[in-house]
Design a protein around this ligand. Structure first.
Ligand code: DAH
Length: 338
């Protein structure tokens, strides 16, 4: 082997090793180091170039071409290594700076109806299933609808019991936030002729301080039936039927004598608790003949029964809450459970 051949084979070996290092280089520094080692001033390449000077022109041309090819190969390999590293760096940065606009810290939750709305909807369903129609009335009422037509004249003690919130309109104590849904009875009987089978759910208001069992703004549902030959038995049967449909078969109902100016006789109705005790739910009775007459309905021809109770209390009972104020605290963590 001539000296030149020896030099060229040494160069080829060094080049192959350098190519391997370039392909595996994991940093720009590693690329530059490998490059310098094989192409730099003290490299095998530099030695080879130097030795070319001592060759005769023909051999110098061939050997020079061979050396150049090696250099080009190595430069190309270094270029590829740089491009590869630049691409990897860009990809890493791209990944680290990525903003996923569809990503959320909290999964989206479906909204749901408020407990009281759910209870009201179910009540409506149950009564509609029993043949009733749903009606509504205004939340701001006059003394006629809220009291007088319901047989509660101005002097009547029952007026005071309602803790009515009056509105600063018209004569003193003439306009008010309705303190019960019973005025819808009057509006219905004025607007329709019997037979009447309606329920009237809605918001009601009293000047009560909120506590575990009271809210100043709450919801009631009123029931009214006016037809021929209606008796207390129809009332008791209707309440029993409704309680079964709403709470399930195990819950029983009972009526206890009571007093309301707009019914005669009047009763309060209770439902049974699992432990056997009774819980008061609402009031009811046979529509007072005077109330029928007030609405232009002949009490000799028509009889009726009515009932009313709080929807919020019903929700409290059904869901076993220990404080009615939970319904209006608007704590999503609480409301989400239902
Ligand atoms: N309006 C009464 C109240 O809010 C509840 C009530 C009692 C409604 C007897 C009625 C009824 O329809 O017949 O306290």
């Amino acid at each position: 082997m001539t000296q030149t051949e020896e030099m060229l084979s040494e160069l080829a070996l060094a080049a192959a090793a350098a190519e391997g290092r370039l392909a595996a280089a994991d940093s720009l520094e590693a690329v530059t180091a490998a490059e310098r080692e094989v192409l730099g001033r003290r490299s095998v390449m530099a030695e080879a170039k130097k030795s070319l000077g001592g060759l005769d022109p023909d051999r110098r041309r061939d050997a020079g071409r061979a050396v150049n090819q090696v250099r080009e190969r190595l430069e190309a390999a270094a270029g590829r290594a740089r491009a590869r590293l630049a691409e990897a760096a860009r990809a890493a940065r791209y990944e680290s700076e990525r903003l996923d606009l569809t990503e959320r810290l909290n999964p989206i939750r479906r909204g749901r109806l408020h407990l009281v709305t759910q209870a009201r909807d179910r009540l409506e369903d149950v009564f509609v299933g029993m043949g009733f129609t749903v009606v509504e009335g205004p939340e701001v009422e006059t003394a006629w609808y809220n009291f007088e037509a319901l047989n509660i004249p101005e002097w009547h003690p029952a007026r005071g019991e309602f803790d009515t919130i009056f509105v600063n309109l018209g004569q003193p104590e003439e306009v008010m936030l309705r303190s019960h849904t019973s005025p819808v009875q009057i509006r219905t009987m004025e607007a329709r002729r019997p037979p009447i089978y309606v329920v009237a759910p809605g918001r009601t208001f009293r000047a009560d301080t909120a506590d575990a069992t009271h809210l100043p703004a709450f919801s009631q549902i009123e029931g009214l039936v006016v037809d021929r030959g209606i008796t207390m038995g129809d009332l008791a049967g209707t309440i029993d039927e409704f309680v079964k449909a709403f709470f399930g078969g195990e819950v029983k109902s009972r009526l206890r004598p009571s007093y309301f100016p707009f019914t005669e006789p009047s009763a309060e109705f209770d439902i049974s608790r699992p432990d056997g005790s009774w819980l008061e739910l609402g009031g009811c009775g046979m529509v007072h003949p005077q109330v029928l007459s007030n609405c232009g309905i002949d009490p000799e021809e028509w009889q009726g029964f009515a009932f009313g109770f709080g929807i919020d209390r019903l929700a409290v009972m059904r869901y076993g809450l220990d404080d009615i104020r939970e319904l209006v605290n608007n704590d999503v963590r609480f409301l989400r459970q239902f």
